[in-house]
Design a protein around this ligand. Structure first.
Ligand SMILES: *Cc1c(COP(=O)(O)O)cnc(C)c1O
Length: 360
């Protein structure tokens, strides 16, 4: 059996050391002779775990003190609804900048709750490229401006946040969270499903500036009310304790590995290697403009769908799993999140070279 590298877009590969630690303490967590998933979420030991998780994440991601950190349920898509419920008052409008599948879905969901303006920020042309993002003149007319810094399906990343002046900037960071340095103070709210870079599915991170709390509509379900969740340690109902625990282990792991600068350095090295190979190859094609190439989701195809299918099948046999592109786009997609080691990218490139030679 070859060594397996899992390029799944999400749920995605997790650090092996985190899984080993979870395995090691599965039956006897903190000397309780029971697993972490069988104890009360309100017990002192679990409360200690979530406090440590928050402190570690704050340190790792340089989150300023005037931001609350929430761990919620319902995934990123739950947040598509929670955001307008909490931030869009009856008389205001929100602006959605759309650059692909996820940002469009976010806008569509928000429309259920209020008035939305939508601006497509992808340029027309043969490459996927994001337009100039200067919105400071109009942004302040809106309760908030929403965008998606990394479109997971197409592999389009926006490295510099839109300029919205003093307006509230909201970002769906599901597939870019903790992958590179960002200035949190530029954002009003950041959210991410955990299953790409933070841990397993079932838990959702929300980082929200304190002054945005307490404005939710009256009809907001209490589990979606940020102010209530902040007040109640994100425990208004029973939280997904095991997923939270795995996120806590993941934060600890990355701090030990050297923190965000080390994560960013590794991610850049992995992406550079793969894009350099794509650029030199005539066999594979990537349609994203250089300035918007995702560090996390690298899309490519042979421009022949039968050959793409053969690639995906043979790659799987060689231990390179889940390279099939999303169904709306076809082709291939290599998700190279934080937990994907450089060796995985090297193995992928070696396979791509061999496949190109055999099939050109
Ligand atoms: C995966 C993903 C989502 C969906 O996340 P769920 O937790 O399944 O709701 C939303 N937005 C982006 C950018 C994603 O990558």
């Amino acid at each position: 059996m070859p060594q397996v590298f899992n390029f799944s877009a999400g749920p995605a590969t997790m650090p092996k050391a985190v899984l080993e630690k979870a395995q090691e303490e599965l039956l006897n967590w903190q000397n309780q002779q029971t697993s972490v998933m069988e104890i009360s979420h309100r017990s002192p030991l679990f409360m200690q775990l979530i406090q440590q998780a928050e402190a570690d994440l704050r340190r790792l991601y340089h989150i300023p003190d005037n931001y609350k950190i929430l761990f919620l349920q319902g995934g990123a898509r739950g947040q598509f609804a929670a955001i307008p419920l909490n931030l869009l008052t009856e008389n205001s409008k929100a602006l959605y900048l759309t650059s692909g599948h996820w940002s469009k879905l976010a806008a569509q969901e928000a429309r259920l709750f209020g008035e939305i303006d939508e601006i497509n920020i992808l340029e027309d042309g043969d490459k996927l490229k994001v337009t100039d993002l200067d919105f400071k003149d109009r942004a302040e007319n809106y309760a908030y401006v929403h965008y998606c810094p990394n479109e997971t399906i197409s592999g389009v990343e926006i490295f510099t946040p839109p300029d919205v002046g003093r307006a509230v900037l909201v970002a769906d960071m599901s597939s870019t969270i903790l992958s590179r340095k960002i200035d949190i103070s530029k954002f009003g709210l950041i959210y991410a499903g955990a299953q790409k870079n933070l841990g397993p599915s079932g838990i959702t991170l929300v980082i929200v500036r304190e002054d945005l709390l307490g404005k939710a509509r009256k009809a907001t379900p209490v589990i979606w009310n940020y102010a209530v969740q902040a007040e109640k340690d994100s425990m208004i109902n029973t939280p997904p304790t095991f997923a939270w625990y795995l996120c806590a282990l993941t934060f600890q792991y990355w701090l030990q590995e050297g923190g965000l600068s080390e994560i960013e350095k590794r991610n850049q090295a992995k992406a550079e290697l793969l894009y350099a190979y794509l650029d030199e190859s005539d066999f594979y094609h990537n349609v994203v403009a250089k300035e918007n190439r995702s560090l996390m989701n690298v899309t490519f195809s042979t421009q022949d769908s039968a050959l793409d299918a053969k690639f995906v099948a043979q790659a799987k046999e060689a231990g390179l799993h889940a390279l099939k592109g999303h169904k709306v786009l076809g082709g291939m997609r290599a998700s190279i999140y934080n937990a994907m080691p450089l060796a995985g990218v090297e193995a992928l490139i070696a396979f791509m070279q061999k496949f190109a030679l055999e099939n050109a």
